[in-house]
Design a protein around this ligand. Structure first.
Ligand code: BGC
Length: 352
């Protein structure tokens, strides 16, 4: 028999907020029937997205939908996935989390708007005994450790920065003459950064450059600015930089593919042989096309499907009351690897 994740002795035995005040008799019956038994036949998952307008996040959400259907078809389970768009507002997301809990969701998937709001959501979930899986926007370790049923599924931001930097380093080593257009032996670059405060913006920015300098190449930063993961904002920043530095820009690092594509948009009127080298992160479908077209030198695959799969597997295991099949790092984390993508191994990713 399927068991719910809640344990009898935990506060999880409390009914969801919206249903408090049940007659005492009913509450006693619930207790007598054993908290280890499932509430009903269906698994309800509440997914809170920081915004649905984000290309990478929408692929994770789409993969979750597919995985739910797959998990249902194999087993006859009824799985309901409620998805809420936080529209980049933390207070909107808080209300959505409250509603998921009031509805009796069995597990929450939360893609925080503001990483510093994790503790409040963690405490709400713990009070209702509902396991909480954060993804993509990583809370600080203390927030993850607030309760044993809080998890984080994501990828190591530092690794993505290092792989991106390595792409540039390899390009420099393979064909320095072309890359070092000024011929001064120094790599001049601009950096399109994601949202301020996001672990991926901070660590990709730092480690991409570090991988190049660790490889013995001197660099000069011409400019850096946030474009908030956004293609149009990145196009506007790049257009300004092109006016300011012209062909002095040898490399454009973008913390994600949407911003790399924005840089490509800004270069539309520049003859291709005058373009700087551009690198992104994510390996979204349009970015892979840009790699195929030779516009984007390379990207780093951010495994959205793997992350969605890990979240679903963990949610199902918790619901079944089983040990998750994957080993949880420090009891709380599941990390998916990043992989570098260039024209050489592009086929592999196009097939996915
Ligand atoms: C992705 C970005 C995305 C961001 C949202 C990052 O991991 O690379 O494309 O916009 O997450 O939080």
């Amino acid at each position: 028999m399927r068991r719910r994740i809640k344990s009898c002795c935990s506060p999880s035995c409390r009914p969801p907020a919206g249903r408090r005040g049940l007659p005492v008799l009913l509450a006693a019956l619930v207790l007598l029937s054993g908290c280890g038994g499932r509430k009903d036949d269906s698994l309800r998952i509440g997914t809170a997205l920081y915004t649905q307008d984000d290309t990478f996040i929408s692929t994770v959400a789409q993969n979750l939908e597919w995985m739910v259907r797959e998990a249902e078809s194999g087993t006859g389970n009824k799985i309901t996935l409620f998805t809420a768009d936080g529209k980049s507002s933390q207070s909107t997301q808080m209300d959505q989390v409250d509603r998921f809990l009031a509805r009796g969701c069995d597990v929450l998937f939360v893609n925080l708007v503001d990483r510093t709001a994790a503790a409040v959501i963690a405490d709400k979930a713990e009070a209702e005994g509902v396991p909480l899986i954060f993804f993509n926007r990583q809370p600080v370790a203390e927030d993850i450790q607030r309760w044993e049923r809080i998890y984080y599924v994501g990828a190591d931001a530092r690794e993505s920065g290092e792989l991106q930097g390595k792409l540039v380093l390899d390009a420099w080593r393979a064909d320095r003459e072309t890359l070092d257009r000024s011929g001064d032996g120094i790599l001049q670059y601009v950096m399109l950064e994601g949202e301020p405060g996001h672990q991926d913006s901070l660590l990709r920015t730092e480690y991409a450059v570090k991988a190049v300098t660790d490889g013995g190449v001197e660099v000069e930063k011409l400019a850096n600015e946030t474009a908030n993961w956004n293609r149009a904002q990145a196009a506007a920043r790049t257009a300004q930089w092109l006016e300011e530095f012209g062909e002095g820009i040898e490399v454009i690092f973008a913390n994600n593919d949407d911003m790399a594509l924005g840089a490509i948009d800004a270069l539309a009127d520049t003859p291709r042989d005058r373009w700087p080298l551009i690198v992104g992160v994510d390996a979204t479908a349009p970015a892979l096309e840009a790699v195929a077209a030779g516009q984007l030198y390379g990207t780093v695959h951010n495994d959205g499907r793997g992350q969605a799969q890990a979240m679903m597997d963990l949610a199902l295991a918790l619901w079944e009351g089983e040990e998750p099949a994957v080993e949880l790092v420090e009891g709380h984390y599941i990390w998916l690897p990043y992989r570098a993508v260039t024209r050489e191994n592009l086929e592999e990713f196009l097939e996915q």
